[in-house]
Design a protein around this ligand. Structure first.
Ligand code: UDP
Ligand code: MN
Length: 443
């Protein structure tokens, strides 16, 4: 098999020089030389003087001539535009984008290239391993297939394929991974065809989700290959965001959702960001034209086929919105849950925003939020209901009628609320605090 030529593109902003150099050494030591055409380092207007002449000199004197190109851009571009700068200079058939604090593992590249060779419309990623930022210990991630997901806050997180999703099922029927991460390989021409990045986005944030949606919806695919391992130093960001990180994220997210989501999905996101509606994100005509030109599928298609674990509050449900207690007008609330860990369920004054008070009673009889299911861990009177990951956790079923009970099917206990929050009690018709009402019913 003839492999295409690779170019690695590594933007950096104020990266510690030894870490940047470690990244480069690991690539050189662990990539077959005939597969590596060039490494392009893009200094995104770093402020550290060590990253200027001393770095140029180090590269010049320690590496083969022509293997490493370094460009210093005069003003900070942000990750998105810095990657694009590197891509425009590259001449390889395949480009690999990297963060500046990585350590590649043995034979990391070949699996990625193989998948691109099989289907050029592929974003190929390996398994990201954690490198501890204080000890530099490399923790090899094995035993499960990495997958990334996101919720309606657009926070992405690492998750897993369930056993039944890995098994013998055809790849084409398996749901996908939904994030482009710190490192991926892509056919350089395809990267152009698919619309590179949204250049209107700023600094960092949201570009990974936008790209994932675009690739899947417009005919490509994202793969995580378990035999390719890449270490990434997990550390807090050593730089600031002009205007504040949150404002930049809201800006970038809004650009992404306005192009790719349908109105109902956008509303779910808006419910998490009170100020998002007001933000002016500038002109989106080019991105909308791109979506048309590429004949992309809808966001509903994306959720159904690639990320079916993300619950659409009003889809396949008997009741949804917020669940209000008739006795004290408190609503079930998830307090901005984290993922996976079993979390407490709360009752708070109703604000009816889906952000923390979005609950559905689904056709599968689950009582759930966008990613978590309400379950019991203990089966006695007085037990506190918990929120558990719906993807890999248990899935208890509940009965609900408009009369109000939310009854846990397995135990027959009813969801009640007292001063300590939601609690399970034997069902009694006359107890008003066992009566709940959703704001929308579909029957
Ligand atoms: N980066 C950059 N310019 C910026 C911000 C980040 O070139 O304005 C680089 C950064 O040095 C790193 C990459 O973009 O190589 C990704 O950023 P980071 O690692 O902070 O993102 P994280 O891994 O935390 O998501
Ligand atoms: Mn990083």
């Amino acid at each position: 098999m003839i492999y295409p030529l690779q170019v690695l593109i590594i933007p950096f902003y104020d990266e510690w020089p030894s870490i940047l150099v470690r990244t480069v050494y690991s690539i050189i030591n662990r990539t077959p030389r005939h597969l590596l055409q060039e490494i392009i380092l893009v200094d995104d207007a770093s402020t550290m003087s060590e990253l200027k002449e001393p770095l140029d000199w180090y590269i010049k004197t320690n590496f083969p001539t022509g293997l490493i190109k370094i460009i210093h851009v005069p003003t900070r571009q942000g990750l998105i535009k810095a990657r694009l700068k590197g891509w425009k200079l590259s001449k390889g058939e395949v480009v690999v984008f990297f963060d500046s604090h990585m350590e590649v593992n043995l034979d990391w590249l070949q699996p990625l290239l193989t998948e691109i060779k099989i289907n050029r419309k592929t974003v190929a990623m390996g398994v990201l391993d954690y490198i501890n930022s204080e000890t530099f210990e490399y923790r090899f991630n094995e035993g499960y297939m990495t997958r990334y997901g996101f919720d309606w806050r657009l926070v992405f997180f690492e998750t897993f394929f369930r056993q039944d999703q890995i098994g013998p099922s055809e790849e084409s029927t398996r749901p996908g991974t939904v994030m482009v991460g710190a490192a991926y390989a892509i056919d350089s021409k395809y990267f152009g065809e698919i619309g590179t990045y949204d250049e209107g986005m700023k600094v960092w944030g949201g570009e990974n989700l936008e790209m994932a949606w675009r690739v899947w919806m417009c005919g490509g695919r994202l793969v995580h290959l378990p035999c390719s391992h890449l270490g990434h130093i997990a550390r807090s960001q050593p730089y600031d965001f002009p205007g504040g990180r949150r404002n930049i994220e809201v800006f970038n997210y809004k650009r992404a959702i306005e192009v790719w989501m349908e109105p109902e999905h956008k509303q779910f996101v808006y419910d998490h960001f009170e100020d998002m509606q007001e933000v002016n994100v500038g002109d989106l005509t080019d991105r909308i034209a791109l979506k048309k030109r590429l004949n992309c599928k809808t966001f509903s298609w994306f959720i159904e086929n690639i990320w079916p674990e993300l619950h659409v509050f009003n889809k396949d449900v008997f009741a949804w919105g917020s669940a209000r207690n008739l006795q004290n007008n408190m609503c079930l609330d998830n307090h901005q849950y984290l993922f996976q860990a079993p979390e407490a369920l709360f009752a708070e004054v109703c604000h009816y925003k889906l952000s923390t008070q979005g609950f559905s009673w689904t056709r599968e009889k689950l009582l759930r939020t966008s990613l978590q299911c309400v379950v019991l861990k203990e089966f006695f009177e007085g037990a506190k209901p918990k929120l558990e990951d719906c993807i890999i956790g248990p899935r208890d079923t509940w009965m609900h009628e408009k009369s109000g009970f939310l009854k846990h099917e397995k135990t027959g206990l009813c969801l009640d609320v007292d001063a300590t929050g939601p609690v399970m009690r034997p069902c009694r018709q006359e107890v008003i605090s066992q009566k709940w009402q959703f704001n929308q019913y579909n029957y």
